[in-house]
Design a protein around this ligand. Structure first.
Ligand SMILES: [Cu+2]
Length: 221
């Protein structure tokens, strides 16, 4: 009986395949997930109110850009969002336009949201390359700071970290480029032995003398 069921299922799938049913061409819809060739949206919430919100307090249009270009102002960083912090009112509806200015994959994930509205507590936007996506969310009323980041390997460490504050937030997150210090800063201690001191003094001497000597030579000519 089981075999018959499986065979019927396989036949149905095959029929769908040959009938040209546009299963591949269109955006894939799963509960809470939308995906096409440009990117993916998980857990968007344009209309369900958080339990603590009697109504939407404000509607905010937010454009968030991601890419290498935005990291140029942060020495040593590789990727970043165009802004590192956003502030909204309690129970705000946020219409997000997420733009990837790079040709590599980037995500914009917001963590710590209530699980009954956002499975696993997150909103997940992802672009497989250059392009843009739109998704909406409604934040709860609680005064809170939410983590916004890209979870691709090393992207957060390389600068793709930001924070979304509701009602001013409940603090700052560490290691946000240009905004907050890391919990533990990398240390590069110098061993100040005789050799090192000698090298530094020698470099200063050369650096001071070389231009002078050069000027003298040019003067003679
Ligand atoms: Cu990224």
């Amino acid at each position: 009986m089981k075999v018959v069921k499986i065979t019927t299922f396989a036949a149905a799938l095959w029929l769908l395949g040959i009938s040209g049913w546009p299963v591949h061409a269109e955006m894939m819809h799963h509960p809470g997930m939308m995906m096409d060739e440009t990117g993916m949206i998980m857990n968007a919430n344009p209309d369900r109110l958080p339990r603590d919100c009697p109504q939407i307090s404000e509607t905010v249009e937010l454009t968030i850009r991601a890419g290498h270009e935005h990291a140029k102002k942060f020495p040593g960083r590789m990727f970043a969002y165009d802004r590192q912090e956003w502030n909204v009112k309690p129970c705000a509806k946020i219409n997000i336009t997420f733009i990837n200015d790079d040709h590599v994959r980037h995500q914009m994930m917001i963590h710590g949201l209530p699980g009954y509205l956002y499975p696993e507590g997150m909103l997940h936007l992802e672009l497989f390359g250059h392009g843009q996506l739109k998704a909406s969310m409604i934040v709860p009323s609680r005064k809170k700071t939410y983590l916004v980041h890209c979870e691709l390997p090393q992207h957060q460490e390389k600068g793709m970290k930001a924070q979304l504050k509701v009602d001013g937030g409940d603090g700052d997150l560490p290691s946000i480029p240009g905004l907050t210090d890391p919990v533990r800063a990398d240390l590069y201690p110098v061993d100040w032995n005789r050799q090192h001191i000698g090298m530094v003094l020698f470099s200063i001497l050369i650096g001071t003398l070389a231009p002078l000597l050069l000027r003298l030579r040019i003067g003679k000519k």
